[in-house]
Design a protein around this ligand. Sequence first.
Ligand code: S3P
Length: 171
Amino acid sequence: MTNQSDSIILIGPMGSGKTSTGRILAKEMDFDFFDTDEEVVERTGVSIAYIFDVEGETGFRHREHQALMKFLDNDNVVIATGGGIITNDESRAIIRSHKRVVYLKTSIEKQIERATVSEKRPLLIDTDPASKLQELMLTREPLYEEISDIKIDTDERKPSEIALEIIDRLR
Ligand code: S3P
């Protein structure tokens, strides 16, 4: 059984600032911070791009789900998730069941500006990142909207400002 404590789950696309905002938010709230991408990389010892190559996206989604479940065993944590976690039915159901799910809404233009192409983001390698991000948003945006409790526009804000707004809105 997962913990329904005060834990906060951050969702949103690549480049929405989940990790940087999450770190600040956790510090401000005196919560622990966890990141599903970091956990998968740490646990496997390889890059996300390598996992996609060897196990496909399905393998990565499974590992991402395991990381989420592990983190939710803790009380009072901030969890930054990968942008595609909501495409996994099981992960989406668990996230939806939580009460403090924050969607960091971000325009495609800002995502392009912020989401660097690297081994952490295989979906953006060897493709036009702008078209790929656009394509992903078409199917994912309704899911982010559906399962979030709070939605915050990140376009004109720094992570520290977003973190403070989250604290304010959670009161
Ligand atoms: C992904 C987003 C990435 C990472 C992986 C897949 C996605 O995380 O989990 O490359 O499907 O949108 P960030 O959202 O932290 O970039």
